[in-house]
Design a protein around this ligand. Structure first.
Ligand SMILES: NC(=O)c1ccc[n+]([C@@H]2O[C@H](COP(=O)([O-])OP(=O)(O)OC[C@H]3O[C@@H](n4cnc5c(N)ncnc54)[C@H](O)[C@@H]3O)[C@@H](O)[C@H]2O)c1
Length: 342
């Protein structure tokens, strides 16, 4: 199948493009490289041993986007990763989040409608559950009140896609609600590579382990959890990528309305557990400093994954240990030019 992948040079997108290419799909990637690097295109080709088409385009540019669908007339489905993802940044710059997430998705759906491509997989997030505090969360739980503009943008998009699928039964849309993706490809060639200061936990821990950051800031040690730090459902990025291939298979069968799946492991681990695991695996000191809870963060979040298990036949296979081993390998490789502190 020929698949258009937006944001395919980013963290989750690049791992999914590798899986798609290795499974024999043809891939066209659209990415404006606002938070990723062109070098990743070569790494994807090196790992998969295959070529793919890359267009450096901003999804907000309708003319360029329409042109991609005109050039590639045989695109059958779209996997839509492109967007901004930092909770903190979204509180500072809400308009960027509505523009890059909501406006960009509207443009994409319009461009798809124009050429009759109506199979879409969307990157949603556990953040749509808001501050709900009964865990694990199920897809049938009501969408919560967003705690930040990033979360609002994902909720708006999910609502828009639900209405789009209701308006026209030819649309087949799957929204995948990711929990906390971590880890990297086992080759050590691609991984999470934020161009700006990272805000996700594992890249921050890695920055301390390699000596680029003095201390890890842990937001909140007074949550009602076992050790007081926030609990999350960490999932290996390769398990997540595999979930997209299962969702793509699902698009070959008729179904009505938008379908939603949680992609997580169903297990919760605290921030301190992750830090301890990182210390063991890297053999490095990871000094921490507790600070106030961060705006927009919830105490606990983990997934009920039975629907994805049963309907998609998808199971997360990799342990937290494997996630950290792979993340550490990637960070050591990626930072070779950076002098690792003893
Ligand atoms: N990583 C996470 O923790 C996480 C969790 C839940 C959901 N998600 C969602 O998954 C998707 C992918 O996340 P990621 O971690 O790979 O992020 P990422 O920042 O690594 O990748 C996103 C990619 O989209 C591109 N992009 C952004 N705006 C664009 C635009 N207007 N036009 C074209 N390209 C654009 C960026 O250059 C980047 O390559 C995002 O939609 C994100 O909200 C991520």
């Amino acid at each position: 199948m020929k698949v258009l992948v937006t944001g395919g040079i980013g963290y989750i997108g690049s791992h999914t493009v590798v899986e798609l290419l290795e499974s024999g799909h043809d891939v066209v990637v659209v990415d404006n490289l606002c938070s990723s690097s062109f070098q990743t295109t070569n790494k994807i080709k090196e790992i998969s041993g295959r070529e793919f088409e890359f267009h450096q385009i901003d999804l907000r540019d309708k003319t360029e986007l329409n042109r991609v669908f005109e050039v590639h007339t045989n695109i059958e489905a779209v996997i839509h990763f492109a967007g901004l993802k930092s909770v903190e940044e979204s509180i500072e710059k809400p308009l960027s989040y509505y523009s890059n997430n909501v406006v960009a998705t509207t443009n994409l759906c319009e461009a798809m409608t124009r050429v009759g491509v109506k199979k879409l997989i969307f990157s949603s997030s556990a953040t749509v559950y808001g501050d709900k505090n009964t865990m694990p969360v199920k897809e049938s739980d009501l969408i919560g009140k967003a705690t930040n503009p990033y979360g609002s943008s994902k909720i708006i998009i999910e609502n828009m896609l639900t209405e789009l699928a209701c308006s026209d039964p030819d649309w087949q849309i799957i929204s995948l609600r990711y929990f906390n993706p971590v880890g990297a490809h086992q080759s050590g060639l691609i991984g999470e590579n934020p161009l700006n200061n990272p805000t996700n936990l594992v890249p921050c821990v890695a920055n301390v382990a390699i000596g680029r950051l003095e201390k890890l800031k842990v937001y909140g040690n007074d949550y009602p959890t076992e050790d007081g730090t926030a609990v999350r459902d960490f999932i290996h990025v390769l398990d997540l990528a595999a979930g997209h291939l299962k969702a793509l298979e699902r698009l070959s069968f008729p179904f009505s309305k938008m379908e939603v799946f949680n992609l997580g492991t169903g297990l919760g681990h605290s921030v301190l557990e992750v830090v301890e695991m990182f210390r063991e695996i890297s053999g490095r000191a990871i000094p921490i400093r507790f600070s106030e809870r961060r705006d927009g963060d919830v105490a606990t979040s983990w997934a009920d994954v039975r629907k994805a298990n049963e309907v998609l036949n998808w199971y997360a296979k990799r342990s937290l240990e494997q996630m950290i081993i792979d993340a550490w390998r990637w960070n050591v490789n990626h930072n070779k030019s950076f002098e690792l502190s003893a």
